[in-house]
Design a binder for this molecule. Sequence first.
Ligand code: FAD
Length: 315
Amino acid sequence: MSEQVRDAIVIGSGPAGYTAAIYLARAGYQPLVIAGAVTPGGQLVNTTEVENFPGFPQGVMGPDLMDQMREQAEHFGAEVEYDDVTAVDLSGPIKTVTTDGGEHYSARAILVTTGSNYRKLEVPGEREYGGRGVSYCATCDGFFFKDKPIVVVGGGDSAMTDADFLTRYGSSVTIIHRREGFRASKIMVERAKANSKINFILNTVVTQINGGPQGVESIDVKDTITGETRQLDANGVFIAIGHTPETGFLGGALDLDAEGYIVVDGASTRTSLPGVFAAGDAVDKIYRQAISAAGMGCRAALDAQDYLTELDAQA
Ligand SMILES: Cc1cc2nc3c(=O)[nH]c(=O)nc-3n(C[C@H](O)[C@H](O)[C@H](O)COP(=O)(O)OP(=O)(O)OC[C@H]3O[C@@H](n4cnc5c(N)ncnc54)[C@H](O)[C@@H]3O)c2cc1C
């Protein structure tokens, strides 16, 4: 049991969390980063080349980028613990978080940057070819599939937007959707249907992703009505079936929207409780990029600094 009351605890160690930690550390607050036990470094540790994070003209490997962010935070005095927060008490002026390892940490300000998870298809080959043809981010990876056959799996707005965007790169783009009707808005479906490079295969599910040393080569699909199976050529498989924000551990302590994303006050990072700030993909369901998460992490640190300065002025 830790008795120390810190100034700030950052929960999460993706681009939002480490950026917040760098700002807080440089401001002299010596934040504790509770980085998560399974994927410290966040979503980018599960990818290979990142080519759209500014400052790296030749691109940078996702895990290397996150190592450098951690080193930068530690260099300025952030402390990093590799554990998961499993419970929180955020109501009073001193907030406490409890970890899976049974530790309790207290602080005057808490920054929640726990990101989100892409929903998975859970089919053979999906994990194996992750980052080698299977992608959950068209903006991030579309570029790698120039003149190659691409499939997009899903029937919501994200799938339509991704398919439209991917026609810039793919030799063909095929939307595979398990039903006849779409969850996507009418205008997005119409736009996709009007795009001659996009094909639709409906009432169909992906059952397996196949490949070789170069990555994905084809997918197996099954018609949900006739039961017929077949194989389709594909080098890029973009899975756009939704995201789940990592906010369950909050146990209802903060206001969330209907999909579980943390609600913040306007353009700020202030949550429904004073002294608790949130940033990155746990808040942002639109942009979901490393640089936008990092930018929001900076804003959360500055909001937290204002809050702590105000508390000190009142003391
Ligand atoms: C395969 C892949 C490739 C991508 N490629 C790119 C790209 O090329 N360019 C780009 O800009 N974006 C890319 N993205 C998107 C980008 O990674 C995310 O937008 C970004 O990482 C979000 O940052 P974040 O800090 O909000 O959260 P995350 O990166 O999701 O980090 C969340 C952190 O919180 C921790 N955590 C979660 N729950 C808890 C808990 N209870 N206790 C403690 N810690 C917890 C996790 O361990 C993790 O460290 C990619 C995403 C994926 C999945």
